[in-house]
Design a protein around this ligand. Structure first.
Ligand SMILES: Nc1ncnc2c1ncn2[C@@H]1O[C@H](COP(=O)(O)OP(=O)(O)O)[C@@H](O)[C@H]1O
Ligand SMILES: [Mg+2]
Length: 470
């Protein structure tokens, strides 16, 4: 059972019902003992009545007189009592008529006992001494049995009721008791790197739960502080690096412009400048990532036609692909407007294209598919390269992750996909990679929200599909 509430309710119900059941069992034996004792008293009072009837001189009476005297007093109670009087020497001197000539079975060494006597049923027997006779009196236990059966069935019904009620009460109680825990869970699950400022409400009472809430809040305080530090550090560091870097660049350019360098030295300064450009790019990217994480970048999101967006991008993509001896094709399906800021989408597309171009074998094909379906715009770019093992597909979106870093012609920083993900998330979309068609290459896919165009707008904006290939 996953819920503590349900477990508590069940434990509570079982404990309460078991306690009640124990009480009922104890009550059962007490009541039964009490009723049987009542029967013993009944037997005893009957004996006293017989004794009184016989008078003090019964020893000298002959058996017929005794029989007659007893029968006078006992026949009216023949449903209630079975009477058997016998002496050691005289033998039986009296049977009540309901015994039909049989004697009541004797249990040696016991004065009060129960016997189960065939058709008559269960009897409570009392043995009394009236020297020289033994007086055995028995009375049926059927009444007691009836009462006990009634008691047991009432208790059974009460136990079922108790179980049902205690489950309901237990459930209500545990829900009430666990309410603060639910509140903590809900708040804690809302707190992420983008809203570290939220805190768990601390209950007014001073108990374990409020301690836990305070403890968690203190932890969130520390987390928030260190998150802020890390972000500020990345932003500050990138910012601080930019100025000295542009100074170095200025000096290098001055050296080149001076013209006093030899051919070899000039080439070295050129490659220095190239490296500087790369470094500058990395710093810009880091700055962008830390600002995107701090949510200090706001996009101007608006509805844009994916066809126009792609038409511009395809022109660049064709040039890039041709330059590397690759083929490039693009298709678009569906009607609708993507909610985006075009320059950022273009940046994502360029990053994905660069990756695909870098991964492609000579003569490989790059296929871009774009589609507006319902309220999403989905774009995928597929290449015929080596692909990425399934276990690494999420990992490559992390910063500075490069799988083929040893390849000399690939000068990536490992920040491209991290930036793509940041941008797509700012667009409230998602980006992922999967295996290409037929298990070859890689397909990078992103989805961002779109809105359908009203039918009238489609007719007026009818334009040739920007499908092209190289
Ligand atoms: N289309 C692709 N095919 C194969 N591997 C890829 C592809 N795209 C990305 N990768 C892998 O993911 C890593 C991270 O990509 P990215 O974040 O763009 O960094 P960079 O391109 O700077 O290396 C790349 O180094 C590469 O190993
Ligand atoms: Mg890249």
């Amino acid at each position: 059972m996953r819920s503590i509430g349900a477990r508590l309710a069940l434990w509570y119900a079982v404990a309460a019902t078991a306690t009640l059941a124990c009480l009922f069992v104890a009550g059962y034996y007490l009541l039964e003992g009490y009723l049987i004792h009542g029967l013993d008293l009944l037997n005893e009072s009957e004996f006293r009545q017989i004794k009184a009837q016989l008078g003090p001189h019964y020893k000298s009476m002959n058996p017929e007189v005794i029989d007659q005297r007893i029968r006078e007093t006992t026949d009216y109670a023949s449903v209630l009592f079975y009477i058997d009087i016998h002496g050691n020497h005289e033998g039986t001197i009296f049977y009540s008529s309901n015994l039909k000539g049989q004697s009541i079975p004797d249990v040696k060494g016991k004065r009060r006992y129960d016997i189960d006597w065939g058709s008559i049923g269960l009897l409570r027997v009392g043995e009394f001494i009236l020297p020289p006779y033994d007086v055995i009196l028995a009375t049926p236990e059927t009444q007691v049995d009836g009462v006990m059966e009634g008691y047991a069935s009432v208790c059974g019904a009460l136990l079922v009721l108790m179980l049902a009620m205690s489950i309901a009460i237990g459930f209500g109680l545990s829900r009430y008791a666990l309410r603060p825990v639910r509140l903590i869970r809900e708040t804690a699950s809302r707190i992420g790197s983008d809203n570290l400022g939220e805190r768990i409400p601390v209950p007014a009472v001073d108990d374990e739960i409020s301690d836990l809430a305070r403890l968690l809040n203190a932890m969130f305080d520390r987390l928030e502080a260190s998150f802020k530090n890390v972000r500020r550090f990345a932003a500050d560091a990138s910012h601080e690096l930019k100025t000295p870097l542009s100074l170095v660049r200025l000096h290098a350019e001055k050296l080149l412009a001076g013209g006093g360098l030899g051919h070899e030295q000039e080439e070295e300064v050129q490659s220095l400048l190239e490296e500087l450009t790369r470094l500058n790019g990395t710093i810009e990217e880091l700055l962008f990532l830390s600002r995107a994480e701090a949510r200090s970048i706001t996009l101007r999101l608006g509805p844009h036609d994916p066809r126009t967006l792609l038409a511009h991008f395809n022109a660049d993509a064709l040039v890039l692909a041709e330059d590397r001896g690759l083929r490039y094709s693009s298709v678009h399906d569906g009607e609708g407007l993507a909610i985006c800021e075009p320059r950022w989408v273009r940046r994502v597309l360029l990053n994905l294209l660069t990756n695909a171009v870098n991964a492609s074998p000579p003569g490989g094909e790059l296929r871009l598919r774009s589609e507006v379906a319902g309220d999403v715009w989905r774009v995928s770019l597929e290449d015929e390269g080596a692909g990425v093992p399934e276990a690494e597909r999420e990992h490559i979106f992390d910063r500075f992750v490069r799988l083929q870093a040893e390849r000399s012609d690939h000068l990536g920083t490992g920040l491209g996909l991290a930036i793509c993900r940041s941008i797509i998330e700012l667009h409230h979309g998602r980006i992922y990679v999967e295996g290409g068609t037929g298990g070859r290459g890689l397909r990078a896919v992103f989805e961002i929200p779109a809105q359908p165009v009203p039918p009238a707008a489609i007719v007026s904006a009818e334009s040739p599909e920007p499908a092209m290939s190289a």
